[in-house]
Structure formats: structure tokens, C-alpha cells
Design a protein around this ligand. Structure first.
Ligand SMILES: *Cc1c(COP(=O)(O)O)cnc(C)c1O
Length: 385
């Protein structure tokens, strides 16, 4: 492929999504990367092989996915995992007993749980802070801080963190900055170019894009971090199977066109909700009224497909509305082609009820799909009636 690359010009995102790591198969000409359903690989002599020994360590379908994901993040490497949490777990294993983590106060609930209830036993402490104010990160940093965990846009309030500034603060303290880029995807936001050391994905969401697979990934540019994380990936074994890697790779091919449509539909829905008398408040980084609309516009290509809102009639009315939608399925998760609706406090964020991290009780979260937007608006209209 490099022979066809115009001199001096890198291939564009849309092209890389379809071609990076996905050259036609050398033995058969298969245009699509095969699903290498094999656990092991025959060796010609001891240690003489074609680069693969055992599929926990490496598998050609997974390798194709890793090459593709790295190219999309503008990274030199990526590692694929069995889930977003398996990827996060591998990153947490970079730390040692006594280390401290600063994390955004509304990170994905599972990320908070991983540090607060699993890695606490390994002697790793954490401080959640509101990262929309980068000063709060500086204040929370101690001499033991080794990792600053950013998630932007956040879930479910769609707060935006200034990746450049927070990464700089982390680096001043000699800590690593990681961005969970699941909500934005590399098409809308490229954290490594903004100064982050690592970028993490639940590929279950937009990258997979069809709600048919669970997966995760970490990408970066530092070869030492790659070496350690690949060691952890192999040592702890949280790898995706070949079929799962193939599904994520297939999803990634259409990421750019899907994200354009997700963002266009979400923008129309956010504007419609904002104008509706039954709605008290809309959270969407693409609205001019969003407190960080300007930062979002600078840091992201488009504001994404997630919209949250509160209804004036409060929690019972919100409960009713989410059970009445016909196109928006009442379900956890996000990022698929189909629209989903949920009540964060009762569903995705139930574990933080009663804590300062709890979202407003009547908050409704939409994962806006790529259906016809008029159909989606009509569905919301009848559900709110
Ligand atoms: C879903 C999600 C995760 C966890 O990923 P899994 O694939 O469910 O393990 C992490 N971060 C964010 C932002 C997510 O939405």
C-alpha cells in the first residue's frame, strides 16, 4: 500500500479505516481479512515460524485490527482487548502499590469501580475531580500520582475536558495522561495529538458500531509503554477472540460515515429538545448554550451522537417517557446504528446513586442512531406526550 501513497501525503482517515492492516490476503487474495480461528501455529523448526506461536500472544485477525486502530488514532501501536474494561485493567496494571490516580469525577462507572474496588486492594489510591476545571487536577496531584485518567465527552452529562491542558499538568508531575475516547471516537477527537500518552476505547460502542460485539483497545506512541502493555496483555490474557476482532474491524470501516450521521442526527434532536416546552435542560456539546461549546468545537471535529436531557415533570415522567419510545430501545450501552434511550440513575449509573457522582434523577440519556431523524423526533414527541 505504501507504494501507492502519494509522496508526502498521509492517507486520510476514511481510507485508513478500510485499508490499514487489511491488504488482500497473500495466499488466497481474500479481500477481507480472514477470521483466523486457530489457537496455535505450526513451526518449521523450534522457534522458526511466521510470527505467530499461540493466539493469546498474537493472532493475525487481531493484528489486523490493532494495525487499523493504531492508524485511526494516529498512533504507532494499538493493542486489542476482550472488552473496554479488559483494556482499562491492563492500563491499571502499569501501576504499582503506593501509586495514586487522579480521575475525572464522572468517568464510566466501571472505570471508577475498577480503581475503587479492585485496585484498592493492590494499594493504589484515587482522587476523583471535576476536570472541566483543570486547576482541580493540579490540586489533586501528589508526589505519588502516576496516572491522570481523562474521559471526554463525559457520561452522562457530556462535560468536556481540555485534553491539552490536563495532559500538560499530568506531565509536569511526571504522570501519564490517558483519555478514554469511547464517546468521541478517533474520527471526532485524537487525544494523542492533543498530548495524551495513551488513548483507550470500548470498541463495543461506536467503533464496533452495531451492538454485536464487546471489545476494547489501547493505543499510543511510546514503544516502552507498548512493550509493557503487550507483556501485560499476554501475561494476563484479556484478549479478544478472532471473530470478535473481525467484527470490530468490520465496524471500523464505516466509522467516519456513521459518526457524521450520528452527529447530524444528535444535533437536530438536541435543538428540537431545547425548543420543546416539556424539556427543562439539554446537555449536548454542540449546543451554543453548552458551557464548553467553544472547547468542544476546538477539540472535536463534531459534537458526537450522545444527548442527555431533563424533563420539567421530573423523575416519574422521565420513567414513563423512556418506557414509551418505540424506535429508541430502552437499553444500556451506546454507539450502535440503532437509537437507544436510558435513565442513567436507574440503569448505567445505579452504582453511584447516593454519591456526589450521581446524575440528576430525571436525566434521560439518548444514544442517537443513524435512522431517519424525523422518525426519531416523532418517536420522542409521542413518548413525552
Ligand atoms: C462501555 C464503556 C467502557 C467499558 O467498556 P466495555 O466494553 O463495556 O468493557 C469504558 N468506557 C466508556 C466510556 C464506556 O462507554
Amino acid at each position: 500500500m505504501s507504494a501507492r501513497r502519494p509522496r508526502g501525503k498521509r492517507l486520510a482517515f476514511e481510507t485508513l479505516a478500510i485499508h490499514a492492516g487489511q491488504e488482500p490476503d497473500r495466499t488466497t487474495g481474500a479481500v477481507i481479512v480472514p477470521i483466523y480461528a486457530t489457537s496455535t501455529y505450526a513451526q518449521e523448526a523450534v522457534g522458526k515460524h511466521k510470527g505467530y506461536e499461540y493466539s493469546r500472544t498474537g493472532n493475525p485477525t487481531r493484528a489486523a485490527l490493532e494495525t487499523c486502530l493504531a492508524s485511526l488514532e494516529g498512533a504507532t501501536w494499538a493493542l486489542a482487548f476482550a472488552s473496554g474494561m479488559a483494556a482499562s485493567d491492563a492500563v491499571a496494571h502499569l501501576l504499582s502499590s503506593g501509586d495514586h490516580v487522579v480521575l475525572a469525577d464522572d468517568v464510566y462507572g466501571g472505570t471508577y469501580r475498577l480503581f475503587a474496588r479492585v485496585f484498592d486492594r493492590a494499594g493504589i489510591s484515587l482522587t476523583p475531580v471535576d476536570m472541566t476545571e483543570p486547576r482541580n487536577v493540579r490540586r489533586a496531584i501528589t508526589p505519588q500520582t502516576k496516572l491522570v485518567w481523562i474521559e471526554t465527552p463525559s457520561n452522562p452529562l457530556l462535560k468536556i475536558v481540555d485534553v491539552k491542558r490536563v495532559a500538560r499538568i499530568a506531565h509536569e508531575a511526571k504522570a501519564l495522561a490517558i483519555v478514554d475516547n469511547t464517546f468521541a471516537t478517533p474520527y471526532l477527537q485524537r487525544p494523542l495529538e492533543l498530548g495524551a500518552d495513551l488513548v483507550l476505547h470500548s470498541t463495543t460502542k461506536y467503533i464496533g458500531g452495531h451492538s454485536d460485539v464487546v471489545g476494547g483497545a489501547v493505543a499510543g506512541n511510546d514503544p516502552k509503554l507498548r512493550e509493557r502493555l503487550a507483556f501485560i496483555q499476554n501475561a494476563a490474557g484479556g484478549v479478544p477472540g478472532a471473530f470478535d476482532a473481525w467484527l470490530v474491524l468490520r465496524g471500523a470501516k464505516t466509522l467516519a460515515v456513521r459518526m457524521e450521521r450520528h452527529a447530524r442526527n444528535a444535533t437536530a434532536i438536541a435543538k428540537w429538545l431545547k425548543a420543546d416546552k416539556r424539556v427543562a435542560r439539554v446537555y449536548y456539546p454542540g449546543l451554543r448554550t453548552h458551557p464548553q461549546a467553544e472547547l468542544a468545537a476546538m477539540q472535536m471535529r463534531a459534537p458526537g451522537g450522545m444527548v442527555s436531557f431533563e424533563v420539567k415533570a421530573g423523575e416519574p415522567a422521565a420513567q414513563r417517557a423512556v418506557s414509551r419510545t418505540k424506535l429508541f430501545a430502552l437499553a444500556e450501552s451506546l454507539g450502535g446504528v440503532e437509537s437507544l434511550v436510558e435513565l442513567p440513575l436507574a440503569m448505567t449509573h445505579a452504582s453511584v446513586r447516593g454519591t456526589p457522582l450521581a446524575p440528576p434523577p430525571g436525566l434521560i440519556r439518548l444514544s442517537v442512531g443513524i435512522e431517519d431523524v424525523e422518525d426519531l423526533i416523532a418517536d420522542l414527541h409521542q413518548a413525552l406526550a
